[in-house]
Design a protein around this ligand. Structure first.
Ligand code: ATP
Ligand code: MG
Ligand code: MG
Ligand code: MG
Length: 566
């Protein structure tokens, strides 16, 4: 590969900012904008500037190498997709408000792909006809579209974002298990190479359907997932994936299911009463604070609530999300999880995580129910929307060994699924088996949040001065700073050329009229792993090398610096 040319800051489109963007809530958002990596185009829609694009490309390269290594073949499918395959699997409707739907000039329905199970299934149906054609694993690195309800965390949750999605097609369960294991290992390699700290956690299948699924979660305060880690055994799970037997908060015995009355119009109060918990304990679907007071907005279904609508409904009162802190010292609050069921109907799930699925019924907001202050399903939100709140608490027993679980926030950076035959059944994907009879294909699907990984890395590695990239993803290997006058600039450019000739990726701050102090601050903000300064002693051929992460500095001759960096 040809050596990369030296990148000159004087020519680079990367304007650094001293102040955090006003709308930024999380560190990665602030730093990636301030360091000139990305710019916001609209809510949840981002432009990648030269430095950001380099980091993104490095992550793509690592993902590609590891996918290729397990025999996956790269393809590129469209993002603009016809409705029909998504009708066949039911996802045109099931996906709810997150799906971007659009019409063409003839009135035909289309969508912008949020994930591509249907389209890959049809591709394989077209291309693979015999058992000899399987197994096959296909992948793409592609822009995905999801109309996220709260795209508030910068690159972490885009409405347009880059995902590596892959799909495996096998003849039998053993084959699927093998493809799944290969991906699991590839993902470990990817995240280790990227320098991300992560845990593999049991997960629920969500909108994808299917059986086994695991998430790769990167511990971070900025994360929107909560996972439980057992300090004693290997158990780790997204709290969404943990369910317990019913255990009222006062510790009393659990009523048998048949003893739980099921009134015609179940309400939160009647359910709470039947479970022997205070009415205010409220087995709620969505908890929000309205002017500081916790209220429930019943929103059953398998969807995210449209917070804008809830906010509009309560206006001018201030609506905020309930956080972990709101539960502290409030044993009367039971944290609830609601299954994907209709409003106020008798259903398979109960609005409490401590009940195994398939055993009870839920409540929902309805017109008579004031706790919800007259929020009406169908008017204020789709009747089948819901948001699940926290389901497991710190110290709850590990389902495997009983030890108290430790809860941490995390960013979901990858997710692997054994789908089984859900999509193959819906779209009739068969191949001819060895005995001449058709065999229904079994599938897996696997995603890495490529753009999200940029932000997750920033969250995990940044310090108070700015970004700190691991070498594999950094936009350059060394950031050369010309700290002084013409002489320093000359030395800096000269050493930059020599480093580049030796294959080192160099960013050089050759800007005229910018003070050394500003250049140092910018170098720290931008986060290239090594900073090489041509300063006071440049005339004697002595430079200073600083490790961005450890802050260690040392003076070196130009020759030694080049030897060290190559
Ligand atoms: P989340 O729970 O964060 O909404 P998800 O479970 O809906 O994510 P998947 O359908 O499992 O996401 O997609 C695979 C991967 O794509 C995720 O593990 C995540 O890394 C990434 N991803 C999903 N949604 C987004 C988004 N809005 N912005 C950036 N990356 C995303
Ligand atoms: Mg999602
Ligand atoms: Mg998820
Ligand atoms: Mg997921």
């Amino acid at each position: 590969m040809a050596n990369a040319p030296v990148q000159r800051m004087s020519q680079l489109m990367a304007k650094t900012l001293r102040d955090d963007p006003a709308d930024a809530e999380v560190l990665s958002h602030k730093l990636l904008v301030r360091a000139g990596y990305v710019r916001r185009t609209a809510a949840g829609i981002w432009s990648w500037l030269p430095l950001g694009k380099k980091v993104l490309a490095n992550i793509e390269r690592v993902v590609r190498e590891e996918m290729d290594a397990i025999g996956a073949q790269e393809v590129s499918l469209p993002a603009l997709l016809p409705r029909e395959p998504y009708d066949a699997t039911g996802r045109w409707d099931e996906y709810g408000q997150e799906l971007f739907r659009l019409k063409d000039r003839k009135g035909g329905d289309y969508l912008l792909g949020p994930t591509h199970e249907e389209i890959f299934t049809l591709l394989v149906k077209d291309q693979c006809t015999s058992y000899k054609d399987l197994p096959v694993v296909l992948y793409q690195i592609q822009t995905k579209f999801r109309d996220e309800a709260r795209p508030r965390a910068g690159i972490l949750r885009g409405r347009e974002f880059l995902m590596k999605d892959s799909y495996s097609f096998d003849l039998d369960d053993e084959g699927l298990a093998r493809s799944y294991a290969l991906h699991r290992q590839a993902y470990q390699n990817i995240f280790e190479r990227l320098g991300l700290d992560y845990r593999i956690c049991a997960a629920t299948a969500g909108a994808m359907g299917g059986s086994k699924s695991e998430e790769f979660l990167a511990p971070s305060e900025a994360g929107e997932d909560l996972f439980a880690d057992c300090p004693n055994c290997d158990f780790a799970a997204n709290t969404e994936a943990i369910s317990y037997e019913l255990k009222p908060v006062d510790g009393s015995a659990v009523p048998a299911l048949e003893e739980i009355p099921t009134p015609d119009t179940p309400t939160i109060e009647t359910l709470a009463a039947s479970l022997g918990v205070p009415a205010s304990a409220t087995l709620k679907n969505l908890l929000v604070k309205v002017d500081g007071e916790i209220v429930a907005v019943g929103v059953p279904g398998d969807r995210e609530v449209d917070m804008d609508k809830v906010e509009a409904h309560f206006a001018p009162a201030v609506v905020e999300m309930v956080t972990e802190a709101d539960f502290a010292g409030r044993p009367d609050l039971v944290r609830g999880y609601v299954g994907p069921q209709g409003l106020g109907e008798k259903v398979k799930y109960i609005a409490d995580p401590r009940v195994a699925p398939g055993t009870g019924w839920i409540t929902g907001a309805n017109k008579e129910h004031t706790h919800a202050r007259n929020v009406v399903a169908g008017r204020d939100f789709e009747a089948d929307e819901y948001v699940d709140v926290v389901v497991v608490q710190d110290g709850d027993p590990c389902p495997k060994c009983g030890t108290g679980l430790k809860l941490d926030r995390a960013i979901e950076i990858g997710h692997i699924f054994q789908l089984g035959r859900k999509y193959a059944d819906a779209l009739k994907l068969d191949v001819l088996g060895q005995n001449g009879k058709p065999v229904r294909v079994t599938m897996g699907s696997y995603g890495v949040g490529v753009s999200r990984a940029v932000a997750a890395l920033a969250e995990q590695t940044a310090d108070e001065h700015g970004l700190v990239w691991p070498k594999e993803v950094a936009p350059a290997d060394v950031h050369v700073v010309a700290a002084g006058k013409a002489l320093q600039t000359e030395v800096a450019l000269d050493v930059s050329e020599k480093l580049a000739a030796a294959g080192v990726r160099v960013l050089v701050d050759d800007r005229a009229g910018v003070s050394p102090g500003v250049k140092f601050t910018d170098a720290e903000l931008i986060g290239v792993p090594q900073i090489l300064v041509a300063g006071r002693r440049a005339g004697e051929g002595v430079l200073e090398l600083k490790d961005r992460k450890t802050g260690e500095r040392e003076e070196l001759t130009v020759e030694d610096a080049i030897a060290r960096l190559t």
